[in-house]
Design a binder for this molecule. Structure first.
Ligand SMILES: NC(=O)c1ccc[n+]([C@@H]2O[C@H](COP(=O)([O-])OP(=O)(O)OC[C@H]3O[C@@H](n4cnc5c(N)ncnc54)[C@H](OP(=O)(O)O)[C@@H]3O)[C@@H](O)[C@H]2O)c1
Length: 360
């Protein structure tokens, strides 16, 4: 486990010879805000930071605190408003960014789930998606797919190129290929007493989203072995979303890989991170790698990784492999804390594409 001093030194060494373009979906509060702020400070404003969210007032306050580029730099930090639970809105934002940007170096997803991250309610978005899956999976998939050409452009000119999804890495939640959209669970969902017992469909959506993020990074890393993709776990963090029971508890404590911090400068087990502390570890994971797929814990440790053959671009996972049905195995390689099998990831991606094709 890297000590906080190592993490801070590594982050402080980040001084790219170009102006990195950083998109943070969820940068208006919580872990995303803290990551955007730390990257703005670290680069002394020489990073084009774009935060995506709904809350314009919060965004303006955050952007106003960043060190500013000069007018001659020709760019400014910006906020792009988007309700990311709507795939139609995500498409509009992606088209807008694609028309204006030449590259994206870091594409980061931190936006949490439905209001207050509640497990008490399971709703369906107007587009027919389970609301937990919409935020934790579908929007992350769609943003990645639509903006990936810009990330590829960054790589082609020798710059950092990394997609990071901050959710619940390392639990190895299997991707169950029956009821991928949680529709059956939704129709059968049992809520025994309003406001006291979690909705079964909401819990299922929350848990499934974690495994689906493993599938997301595996799929895109196989297609683009030249890029870096990370699914990382923030632990329990004192944020608007994370401090509401049960999500922060659920992923941060109840399921947390009990790798206990040994060093006095780390929070004791069960002690939530402050968002600024958490952001340091997330940024460490962001800057630590060049290419491949990484599953990381909340201290930035690599739980497992897979580097695909860089000569095999635009190829999918190998479904003919004898291990294609095995969970926790990627292209024949066992992966600790990884929830996919090659077959289940392929089924997930096929399903995702079918669903997204019906939403305009
Ligand atoms: N905090 C924890 O203890 C914890 C534990 C385990 C996993 N996680 C996961 O780690 C990630 C970061 O955690 P966090 O606590 O920082 O998350 P969070 O507080 O739930 O995220 C807040 C951010 O999400 C954005 N957001 C929420 N709904 C949105 C929507 N419909 N459209 C666009 N943006 C939306 C908010 O922006 P606006 O308000 O501007 O819309 C804000 O920027 C999340 O994926 C979370 O599920 C967190």
């Amino acid at each position: 486990m890297p000590s906080l001093a190592v993490v801070e030194a590594s982050n402080a060494a980040f001084s790219p010879g170009y102006v990195p373009v950083i998109v943070v979906v969820g940068g208006t509060s919580g872990v995303g805000q803290a990551m955007a702020e730390a990257l703005a400070r670290q680069t002394k404003g020489h990073a084009h930071i774009i935060i995506v969210g709904r809350n314009a007032t919060a965004a303006e306050r955050i952007l106003a605190s960043f060190p500013k580029p000069t007018e001659s730099d020709g760019w400014a930090h910006e906020f792009v408003q988007c309700d990311a639970s709507s795939m139609a809105s995500v498409r509009v934002v992606c088209a807008y960014l694609s028309a204006r940007l030449k590259t994206i170096n870091f594409l980061i997803f931190t936006a949490g789930g439905p209001a207050a991250n509640s497990l008490m309610e399971s709703s369906v978005t107007p587009e027919g998606l389970n609301s937990h899956l919409a935020m934790r999976y579908f929007m992350r998939y769609l943003f990645t797919k639509e903006l990936l050409p810009l990330v590829v452009c960054a790589k082609e000119i020798g710059q950092h190129a990394h997609v990071m999804t901050v959710l619940g890495a390392g639990f190895g939640m299997p991707i169950r290929t029956t009821d991928l959209g949680i529709h059956e669970a939704q129709s059968r969902s049992i809520k025994l007493l309003q406001g006291i017992f979690p909705s079964a469909a909401a819990v299922k959506g929350l848990v499934a989203g974690v495994g689906y993020n493993d599938g997301l990074v595996a799929h895109f890393a196989a297609l683009h072995p030249e890029l870096a993709f990370t699914h990382i776990q923030p632990g329990q963090v004192l944020t608007e979303g994370g401090s509401s029971i049960p999500l922060g508890w659920f992923f941060g404590t109840a399921l947390l890989d009990p790798q206990l911090p040994q060093e006095s400068n780390l929070p004791h087990p069960g002690t939530p991170f402050k968002q600024d502390e958490c952001a340091k570890y997330m940024i460490y994971g962001l800057l630590d790698v060049e290419r491949g797929l990484f599953i990381r814990d909340n201290y930035g440790n690599i739980i497992s990784a897979h580097v695909f053959n860089p000569d095999l671009k635009n190829t999918s996972l190998d479904l003919a492999s004898p291990t294609a049905q095995k969970f926790g195995v990627l292209n024949g390689v066992p992966m600790k804390g990884y929830g996919g099998s090659d077959a289940s990831v392929a089924a997930l991606i096929e399903y995702t594409e079918q669903v997204l094709a019906t939403i305009h």
